[in-house]
Design a protein around this ligand. Structure first.
Ligand code: NAI
Length: 239
């Protein structure tokens, strides 16, 4: 599970560990106390330091997982960053390149090596974190939104490529979820949270655990014929 030191990724890692998976939390930051807490409760969780934009590190991580545990049943490619909030023409090339490196190439890197391992073992399930912004626009986030659209295209195409090999590949598209990333965005505009809540038919922001429930289902046997799908979990915000 990439991007699992906080927010959505951490909630997913906790949910998978509690569901009985041996869970590898992969991130550039280590959520040490959360992992210690899971282990103290008898769940199996470990940290792997990994920058998803670094192809070699991602390859080494998947090889380490295969060598250590023998298989990779499910993978969540979730690590993501936002671009500074500015209109498209004011985003610098460096900001664009860094966003693409993490939010798109990072997913690409992880999927490639996850798929190679799943081919060796005869199947598996992958979920990529896109966004509600993978199917709509969002002001001031052109690079980020472009990546989230691309993640859905990548998910759909890879799903077609590997469906016959028993590898299911889906995307989850969170709406506005209360995480450090969303808090940071809202801290720069004190009106934003109230405006968002007004526009979300459910009348509130989502919780990381609500995304974790969707990801757990997408990876599990009850979603055995769900493939290439982009699942919106957004309190009806996007419809
Ligand atoms: P967050 O900022 O709270 O957590 C992101 C995690 O990714 C952090 O632990 C961070 O250390 C890690 N990370 C960042 N760059 C990395 C890299 N290069 N390699 C490995 N790990 C890295 O973000 P949040 O809100 O939990 O978002 C998770 C995913 O959900 C992201 O892909 C985000 O775009 C997406 N999302 C979030 C929404 C929200 O409202 N919070 C809405 C829609 C999508």
């Amino acid at each position: 599970m990439t991007g699992s030191a906080m927010g959505i990724g951490l909630a997913c890692a906790e949910a998978f560990a509690k569901a009985g998976y041996i869970t590898v939390l992969a991130d550039i930051k280590e959520p040490r106390s959360q992992i210690e807490s899971l282990v103290a409760q008898g769940y199996k969780a470990v940290f792997y330091g990994c920058d998803v934009s670094n192809t070699r590190t991602v390859k080494e991580m998947i090889e380490w997982i295969a060598a250590t545990y023998g298989h990779l049943d499910a993978a969540l490619n979730n690590a993501g960053i936002q671009t500074p909030q500015r209109p498209m023409a004011e985003i610098t090339d460096d900001e664009f390149d860094r966003t693409v490196a993490v939010d798109l190439k990072g997913v690409w890197n992880c999927m490639r090596y996850e798929i190679l391992q799943m081919l060796r073992q005869g199947g598996g399930a992958i979920v990529n974190t896109s966004s509600q912004g993978g199917v709509t626009g969002f002001p001031g986030q052109a690079a980020y939104i472009a990546c989230k659209h691309a993640v859905i295209g990548l998910t759909r195409t890879a799903a077609i490529d590997y469906a016959a090999k028993h590898i299911r590949i889906n995307a989850v598209c969170p709406g506005v979820i209360r995480t450090p990333m969303a808090e940071e965005l809202m801290s720069r505009n004190p009106q934003l949270e109230a405006e968002l809540v007004r526009d979300i038919p459910a009348g509130r922001l989502g919780k990381p655990e609500e995304i974790a429930n969707a990801v757990l289902w997408l990876c599990g046997p009850q979603a055995s014929f769900v493939d290439g799908h982009a699942l919106l979990v957004d309190g009806a915000f996007s419809i």
